[in-house]
Design a protein around this ligand. Structure first.
Ligand code: ADP
Ligand code: ZN
Length: 617
């Protein structure tokens, strides 16, 4: 199965030779060389790279060069399956052992691993720590373990999985094993947790650059969710978009609204039956579906690299989640947009949800404290102000180096789309005095109704149309008034009682505002205009668009003929490179990004013919 002779060494030239022949890449990404070195030398390592940074290559190369079998611990079956399929398409011997295998598939995988010809064996953490598996590992003399998604071991990460904690057993059972932890979550707390829990000895800690320059970040106040999402999705017609919502109910209604506007869309959450979930994932991966509206249950293991936009319909509960979820955009390195539609109401909503699940006994008090601290960091990230690329990079403890004098050129702030804060003391005073006028006994909806001068039965019954604040802000809509009120709550200039029917209450700072002793700044509740970035335009330069579409069509045809997802054929980045270079010979074809020897042999003819003819087949 292997394409290279066994007597290959492990110098950097040897590494490059293997990377070129199997993967068709011309060079290594930052830190890949160091991470591969640690794998070859058997030195423990912790490799932190952003999503799409190229972590998998780091543990795929060493066993190939060393002619040995390594283990990869992975949290999800779909993740293992995708990787094994991708590796095999490149002629790389790999196998996965998991609970979804048929008995004969399992026997075959076990035989293959036992033969010693398998280079990478993927397993789940719970399977790895079974005594049967550990005995096999010892018997085969396997010494090198890669732990993928290693943040799952920490409750400071975004996806804590108790079964990862059992991996501590590895160093006890096999003292001379080397462990290589990989994650995209870079905070100091998570890093320390991983090193301690896995008992890493003098690890090489390799922390990559966290910035994803190809992602364009936008934070937009949420005013009319459906209209705003429709508008953003329309900017990405016929492209892959993921929309994240907090609740299952939201995914259904938002998907429905997009369907009515003519989108190819489905919703996805953990409450759907597994058959339907599986089908939806497949449809999205196979490019039969453009838009997915989902809860956070969707994403891990989705390997569609050409997601051009990730929308958050509400604020996620931590910056780690945000980074992970937006990280699913633009994995092919091409430009992609990440829009966060937020309202100050979101953090209150999360707080209630987190406290409720803690009260129901899910997780300890410590865990609740950690979740609330993470939520607070997210809330601060959403506060108006600094460059998004800078804030995110700094959140992960790194210095941000903007590509040009202090501007990232790829966020709403640097593109000059935000109006920022405006002084709004007078408006705050109107809202606060209305809270006082209604006797601090009503909720936000009613207060907003009074302020905009609504003619409702409730107002008439209560006689609130006679209040001095009635109709005081009649130039505002209900939504805008609610938004402003939420901002006051978020800045603690106003309080809200707990319980099923929370009412608005004044506090000491409200009184300071009312007495004119404190000025208030709020984000104006207006929609914004979006600009095109220079990078976005440049990334298509010299690409024959018509040819790109033909190549894409050919890819879809071949994928469905072979029953594999399109990305296993070629990535969008490869297709764009083809539509740019227009190779005519097999040698020129090898020059295309992502074309190795196996892909040349397998697909060269079909794609060269398509390039020559200018149409699929
Ligand atoms: P991660 O696991 O860090 O999220 P992946 O390992 O999935 O990232 O890699 C992301 C993408 O980058 C993949 O499409 C992969 O083929 C590509 N890639 C990785 N290393 C290189 C490289 N040295 N040159 C070009 N592309 C690469
Ligand atoms: Zn910026």
């Amino acid at each position: 199965m292997g394409l290279i002779p066994f007597d290959i060494g492990d110098s950097i030239e040897d590494v490059m030779e293997v990377v070129r022949r199997y993967w068709g890449f011309d060079g290594l990404r930052p830190l890949q060389q160091e991470a591969i070195r640690a794998g070859l030398d058997g030195r423990d390592s912790l490799v932190v790279m952003p999503t799409g940074g190229g972590k998998s290559l780091c543990y795929q190369v060493p066993p190939l060069l060393a002619g040995r079998t390594d283990i990869v611990v992975s949290p999800l079956i779909s993740l293992m399956k995708d990787q094994v399929d991708g590796l095999r398409a490149n002629g790389y011997p790999a196998a996965a052992l998991h609970s979804a295998l048929e008995p004969h598939e399992r026997a075959e995988a076990e035989r293959f691993i036992a033969s010693g010809d398998c280079r990478l064996a993927f397993v789940s953490p719970e399977r790895l720590v079974t005594s049967w598996f550990l005995e096999t590992v010892e018997h085969l003399g396997i010494k090198t373990f890669a732990v993928d998604e290693a943040h799952c071991i920490s409750h400071w990460g975004h996806d804590f999985r108790p079964e990862y904690r059992q991996l501590a057993i590895l160093k006890e059972r096999i003292p001379d094993a080397s462990i290589h932890a990989y994650t995209a979550t870079a905070t100091e707390r998570v890093r320390e947790d991983i090193c301690t829990q896995l008992a890493l000895t003098d690890p090489a800690v390799l922390v990559g650059n966290f910035d994803r320059p190809n992602l364009i970040y936008r934070l937009i106040p949420r005013l009319d969710l459906r209209a705003q999402v429709r508008e953003i999705v329309a900017r990405h017609a016929n492209q892959a978009v993921i929309v994240y919502c907090i609740s299952r109910k939201d995914t259904e209604s938002l998907a429905q609204s997009l369907r009515e506007s003519g989108c190819s869309v489905a919703h996805y959450h953990a409450g759907l039956n597994s058959g339907l979930r599986h089908r939806t994932q497949e449809d999205f991966t196979n490019e039969h579906l453009d838009v997915i509206v989902a809860t956070v249950a969707f994403g891990m293991g989705i390997d569609r690299s050409n997601v051009r936009c990730v929308i958050h319909a509400a604020m996620p509960k931590s910056v780690e989640h945000y980074q992970q979820e937006t990280g699913r955009a633009g994995r092919d390195g091409l430009d992609a947009e990440c829009v966060l539609l937020h309202s100050p109401a979101d953090s209150l909503r999360w707080r209630t949800l987190l406290e409720r699940s803690a009260a129901e006994g899910e997780g300890s008090n410590d865990a609740l404290g950690a979740s609330l601290a993470l939520l607070d960091e997210m809330r601060r990230y959403c506060a108006p102000g600094a460059c998004r690329h800078r804030s995110l990079t700094e959140h992960f403890g790194q210095r941000y180096e903007p590509p040009s004098d202090d501007s990232c050129g790829a966020c709403d702030v640097c593109l000059g789309e935000t109006e920022g804060l405006v002084e709004a003391t007078k408006e705050a005073q109107m809202i606060l005095s209305c809270v006082a006028r209604v006797g601090q006994s009503y909720g936000m909806g009613h207060v907003a109704d009074v302020l905009r001068g609504a003619d409702t039965e409730r107002i008439r019954n209560l006689g609130h149309e006679t209040l001095s604040t009635y109709g005081l802000m009649s130039d505002r809509t209900q939504k805008q008034l609610m938004n402003l009120t939420f901002q006051l709550l978020d800045q603690r200039l106003l309080e809200r009682s707990s319980g099923e029917y929370p009412v608005l209450l004044l506090n000491d700072t409200s009184m300071e505002v009312l007495r004119d002793e404190r000025t208030v700044h709020l984000v104006p509740a207006k929609t914004r205009r979006v600009r095109t970035t220079a990078r976005e335009a440049a990334s298509w330069e010299g690409v024959d668009m018509e040819l790109f579409e033909s190549l894409r069509q050919l890819r879809t045809e071949l994928a469905s003929e072979r029953g594999v997802p399109p990305y296993l054929i070629f990535s969008d980045a490869s297709l764009r490179d083809m539509a740019h270079k227009k190779p005519t010979t097999r040698d020129e074809f090898l020059d295309v990004h992502g074309v190795g020897e196996k892909k040349l042999a397998d697909l060269g003819e079909a794609f060269l013919a398509c390039i020559e003819a200018g149409e699929p087949r």
